[in-house]
Design a protein around this ligand. Sequence first.
Ligand SMILES: [Zn+2]
Length: 270
Amino acid sequence: MKIMLSLVAAALVATLAAGTGPNGLKRMYVLDCGRLIARDQSRWTPGVNAGQPRELSNNCYLFQHERGTMLWETGVPDSVAGQKDGVTSPNGAVVWFRDKTLVSQLESLGLKPNDITYIAMSHSHGDHIGNVKVFAKSKILMQKLEYDFAMNTTPKPLSEDQNVEMLSGDRDVFGDGSVTILSTPGHTPGHQSLLVKLPKTGPLILTGDLVHFQYMWDNKIVPSFNFNKQQSLASIERVARLIAEYKAQLWIGHDKDITARIDRAPKFYE
Ligand SMILES: [Zn+2]
């Protein structure tokens, strides 16, 4: 009896260490969430490649978990899809393009906006939050600092009556450690990154705009337009430690070369 109890206790300790119970994450789809054309890439890499144009990719990620679905990022607004010459971003730095709408890509996976349980975004810039108003019923997981920052801009990117859960730090979305929102402030006041543990693919971290290109990651470059440089560097260090701890892959959504090596929907990762 005593042996039985200690076995049970050992199993419990092991379960806690791994998160809470078996990983219920089934699939991750990568969606095309637009393209950004910049006239001068040294906006992100001061003094490097000045005057050179650069194309940035933009991805959204759909998670199917046994306890619901989550969309990470909503991308460039779907209204941009009708504009063949693109639309200049509100700050004038880039021109946005959208080859396919987000809603049509969800539809081809058999989903309507109201089917999405959770929406989370790295931050509230227009190429990430662009379609959030479409998800009127989903619960939006957002740092309170980012919500206050976003709702101070005109036009407001979220509707006043959206179902927002205000976060102040990390959040284990499904309670089993498979999808964890990481607080990584700096680019904006409440910027978040995402730690994903897929059963077959293994751990990966989705950066949002923690960095925009591999070159910036390798050289720890913080663009001058970030909200807070010290926080940005601390967040990069934090993610670097997590990558080492979990042996995670780093997926930088705006890096076109990285995106080119990733399979987009209808293919998926398990
Ligand atoms: Zn961005």
